[in-house]
Structure formats: C-alpha cells, structure tokens
Unconditional design. Structure first.
Length: 634
C-alpha cells in the first residue's frame, strides 16, 4: 500500500496540472479521473503497477476503474499533510465516497462574483471575504432541514423603517440566511403557490476571471444545485415556471440535472442571452453570451407573450396595426406540398381608400374582379398562410373587421395583407437587445451609488422580461440567489408600470445584503413595502467569527467560546483537541479556520422553529408572535 501511494505521487507530479508550489493537488487529480482525462490515463498506463491496479481487462480491452482510483486518491493516507494528520488524530476526517454517488447535501456556496478562499495564498489573504463550503452526508442530517426561527423583523416602505406588527402572504419578503435552509422554511408556508422562480446561481467558472477553488468540482456544484432545485420544484404552483441563468461551465450538466428534476417534457427553452457585445477577448473564441434555462412544473403552465415596446406606425378607425403578408414566404412550402393553401383571392380595383387599401373577397363577383394567387417573386406557385377551410366564413369575417386587405406593391401587383392588431408577440430564444447586456446592470448599480460593492449584476430589463413571460399580475416571484436585489427591483417596477400586484421573496446569505440589496430595494420601493427578517443564528455566528478572524489568538478565543456555547460535531472530543492544541497552533491560519468550521455541528446553524419555546435560545416574545403568525399563514 505504502509503495503504491509513493509511486503514484511521483508519477502524478510529472503532470504540471496537478502540482502547485512543489505539492501534489488531490482535487485536480480526482477531477481529471472523473472526466477520463486522456493525459492522465496515458500517464497511469505508462506504469505497470498503476496499470495493474487501476485498469480492468475486459475481453482484451483495458478499462479504467475510475471508482477504484477515486477511492484510492480520496483515502486519508494519500497526500497526508499536517492538516490531514491533525484531523485524523482528532477523529474528524472520514472516508466519504465521492459526491456524485451520494445523497449528500452541499450546505453553502459563495456568490459567483467572488473568489473562494480555502487554503488561500498570501495574495488571496488580502481579500475581505472568506467563504466556507460544507458537504453533509445523510446520516449527519437530522434537524438541519427543519423550518427555522426568524428574527430581526423590520418593515420598510417609502416613509422609512417600521416595527413589524403583522405578516401576510401579501407581503414582499427578504430573508437573510443560508438559502437552502430558508427554502425549507418557506416550504412550510409557500408550498405549491410560487408562480415564478428566477435564480442566477454561482457559475463554477473554473479558470475564468473568478477562480473557484478546485475543491468545488462539477459533482459538488451539481449536488449544491440539486439540493435547492428539488425544494424549488415543491414550492412552484402547478402552472409555475423556473428560469435559471448559467454559462458554458455548467450548462450541459445543469440541463441534464433539470431534465431529471423537472422532467424532459417540461423543458421549454434554452434562451441565449447576449451578455457581452465585445466578447471575452482573452479566449480563442470570443464569448459573448450566457444562457437562461426555462422549465415548467407541469404541462398546465403557459408562457405569456410580451408587449410590443414601440407603438404601431399605421392606424385606421379601429386601432393601430402592422401589415403582415398573407403569402407564406417560406420557400419550403407551396402548392406542390400545401395544395389546400393555394387558392385565389379577388380584389376590387375601385375600392382604394385613403390608406391605400383595397377591399377583397374570397369569391369573384362583379366588383371583385382581379384574381390574386400566392405567387413568389419568380412567379412560382407559393401558398397562403391560411388554409382553404378559412377562405369563406372566416375570411369574410376578417374582411368585415377590416383585418384583410389588398395593397399595390412596387411591382404594380396586388399583395394580400393581414392587419395585425395584436400588441403582443411570442418571445424568441435569442435575446440580443442592448438592455440585456451585463454592463447595463453594473451601470444601474452605479447610478444608485452601489457598484463598488457588487460586480456584474443582471440588468433589470432582463429580469423584467422574464417576470413578464412567467408570471401574472398577482403572482409570487421567488429568487433565492438574490445578489444585489435585481429581481425585487424588477417586480416593483413592473407593479408601478402596469398597476399590478406581484409579490417578491428573495434570499441572500452574504453580508452585502446590508450594503447593496436593502439600500437598492428601499430606493425602488415606490408605494409598496417589504418585510425583512433573518434566520435566527446558532453556530452560524461562530462561522462568521471564524471566517473574519485575522489572528491565531482570535481563533483560539473563538474555540473557547464554541466549547462553552456552541454545538460541536459528534465526530470530535473537545478534550482531544485541547490535548493537541500545540499541533493546532502549527497549522496555517487558513487550515485552522477550515478545521474549526468542520468541528461545528451544521445541524445547529440556526434555531429550529420546533424549539422556539426552548429557554436556552432566548427567543423574544415579539419574535415568537411573528414566527407563529408566519407559519400559520397557509
């Protein structure tokens, strides 16, 4: 075993992708194995021992046993550093199998516009925000996903901040806290009544300009998303829809995952959004777009049409209109394969009105004498868009409504046209308007004086377009990756423009909610209001203290507080840690933080609603009252 470990370490170090500062990186190796990376496979096959251990002969063909390789590389004896040695000694490290084969819960994730910092370099340490990620196996979860207690209630309207005296389903709602736990709390009240969900989750950008730590591979990213989408589906109404922004890094994986969760038949579209006019010029192909995946809860969901943004240029005594030629302009169709769409229409040459329109008839008479056939520009036999079954009563009715007319073309021939009066149109699958470009979102935040706190927010126009497509005037819209609060602002603006009554629910766990999200929504509030609240913290407050600590001394003080007041993982004995505190002190500050975060019991991040009366949690009577009102809403 020991020889195999050392031989594999030496072999893998030949590939510079797996080495940093002379040390072998376990996670890139694992990721390459899962992707059946040709260079890695060739490297392993070059060594007889590796070839024998990790490949299977199937009728003369060598097949790579990536599961066995994954287990071996994940073994705590492989690449055992000081952190791993200390964790093993304390009893914290376990031999979990890889995420894609489990039902684990990925609890937390950073916002996509930030860099993950676990085991960060000295350059990384200059950043203010450090994020943690935690993957919990099913046997570690007993109370984690129960509804939580809310606290710090505030109500905001155009007049300022107020004390919350009541709460209802008519309230707009902002929740600060872990979005997975917030979703499970919302489920107790909003199950099956959310009409539209829009999310802009972290993109897992790999080696893009926002470099995620290699600990977060495709499998963990998908588990993270899967945990949340499964609950999102339960929150959606029967006719509900979900829009998900993503890019090329995870689009293919996400599409397959959504097919599994929502069903292939409920996939409606993969919308291409031109997010960058200039493109990312540092790439070999200059990337200019992102995606929005659109799924429905069931086949009863319908997508709305969009209103035309420009007024009609043509008018008659009835309304504005645009002219649409009745002839089918698709060269694939004609009399040869659509004979029921080929028939004559007759024009009255003496009926020209002041708009230049002529009266028509489906039948020839003493007034309607000029025959018009659907011919293309080369006089070939094309066809009409309406079938022969519509040429009598229906065409007569459309003529009576002044919706079908003839006009002279530049060629001197008559064309048959429909006066299209409808003020809506079906959305297309490519959105390339200037207003959807990411830069527009940045400019919007800049106008509010908030751009320095948040990079690349989605433009309000983009989210308004999504809301118009997927919701009705009284719908509830949910965004549980709310970021800077674009979705809430979009809802408020649509309500003002259309005098509608849509409600929003948004969730955000990062502290910029106080610097960006709340100020932005308060500036957009108009004549509406919203209720703000937070998940009532237990171990979460220690997580925050750990991530913001600057010195080893601070971390040791936090550890003493955790021992007295926190909830510690069942895997460890606090006394064992104290007995080996000298080894803890020898770890880097990044590893110390990582260890203390792992020590915390994630079942106790926040207070469960079922324990609201527990005196140990000191929940105020005011919070108790509002929590009980909230959970009795449905």
């Amino acid at each position: 075993m020991q020889n195999l470990l050392s031989d594999l370490t030496v072999l893998l170090k030949k590939d510079e992708r797996f080495v940093a500062e002379g040390k072998l990186l376990k996670n890139p190796v694992t990721e390459a194995a899962l992707q059946l990376d040709p260079v890695l496979l060739k490297l392993l096959l070059s060594n007889k021992t590796m070839k024998k251990h990790f490949f299977r002969d199937v009728e003369g063909v060598l097949v790579f046993d990536k599961i066995e390789f994954q287990k071996f590389v994940s073994n705590k004896s492989f690449l055992k550093d000081s952190y791993t040695a200390f964790s093993n000694k304390i009893g914290l490290t376990s031999d979990d199998e890889f995420i894609s084969e489990s039902n684990n819960v990925v609890l937390s994730w950073p916002h996509k516009d930030c860099i993950l910092e676990g085991g960060q370099t000295k350059e990384d340490e200059k950043r203010d925000e450090i994020f943690w990620n935690e993957t919990l196996a099913p046997d570690e979860i007993d109370r984690l996903l129960s509804p939580k207690v809310f606290t710090n209630f505030k109500k905001y309207d155009s007049k300022g901040e107020h004390k919350v005296t009541d709460i209802s389903l008519e309230d707009n709602l902002i929740i600060k806290g872990n979005n997975l736990l917030a979703l499970h709390s919302l489920l107790a009240v909003y199950r099956g009544i959310i009409k539209l969900i829009y999310i802009d989750p972290p993109y897992n950008t790999g080696n893009d300009s926002f470099n995620y730590n290699d600990n977060f591979n495709h499998s963990s990213w998908l588990t993270f998303i899967k945990n949340r989408l499964e609950i999102a589906k339960e929150l959606l109404s029967k006719d509900g829809v979900i829009f998900i922004s993503c890019d090329d890094n995870e689009q293919a994986y996400l599409k397959i995952l959504c097919d599994e969760i929502f069903g292939k038949d409920n996939f409606l579209s993969q919308i291409i959004v031109q997010s960058n006019k200039r493109g990312q010029t540092y790439k070999q192909i200059s990337k200019t777009h992102e995606y929005v995946l659109l799924y429905t809860k069931s086949d009863s969901a319908e997508i709305n049409e969009l209103e035309k943004e420009s007024d009609f240029e043509l008018f008659d005594s009835i309304s504005g209109y645009e002219l649409r030629e009745l002839r089918n302009r698709n060269p694939k169709f004609g009399k040869f394969n659509r004979p029921n769409l080929f028939y004559p229409i007759y024009v009255n040459p003496s009926s020209k009105d002041e708009e230049g329109c002529y009266h028509i008839s489906p039948t020839k008479d003493k007034e309607h004498t000029h025959e018009v056939l659907p011919l293309n520009s080369s006089e070939g036999e094309s066809c009409w868009r309406w079938g022969v079954d519509k040429t009598y009563d229906n065409i007569h009715n459309e003529i009576k409504r002044s919706n079908l007319i003839a006009k002279l073309k530049n060629t001197g021939e008559y064309g048959i046209y429909e006066k299209y009066r409808k003020k809506t149109y079906k959305a297309k699958s490519i959105w390339d308007e200037k207003a959807v470009i990411s830069e527009q979102g940045t400019m919007e935040l800049g106008e509010l004086g908030l751009s320095k706190y948040f990079q690349f927010p989605k433009p309000t126009y983009l989210i308004k377009k999504i809301i118009k497509l997927g919701s009705d005037e009284n719908s509830i819209i949910l965004d549980f990756f709310s970021g800077s609060g674009t979705t809430a602002q979009a809802v408020l603006e649509i309500n003002k423009e259309n005098n509608s009554h849509r409600k929003f629910i948004i969730c955000e766990q990062l502290d910029y909610i106080d610097k960006v999200t709340l100020p932005r929504i308060r500036k957009s509030i108009n004549n509406s209001s919203f209720v703000y609240c937070e998940l009532n913290e237990l171990n979460k407050k220690y997580l925050d203290q750990i991530t913001s600590a600057k010195t080893i001394k601070e971390l040791k003080q936090i550890w003493e507080t955790i021992k007295k007041n926190g909830f510690i993982s069942y895997k460890v004995n606090p006394t064992e840690i104290d007995n080996n505190i000298s080894e803890f002190e020898e770890l880097s500050i990044a590893d110390q933080k990582k260890f203390l975060i792992e020590v915390l019991d994630k079942n106790h991040l926040y207070v469960n609603y079922s324990e609201i009366e527990d005196k140990d949690y000191s929940i105020s009577e005011y919070d108790k009252k509002l929590n009980k009102k909230f959970y009795l809403l449905k």
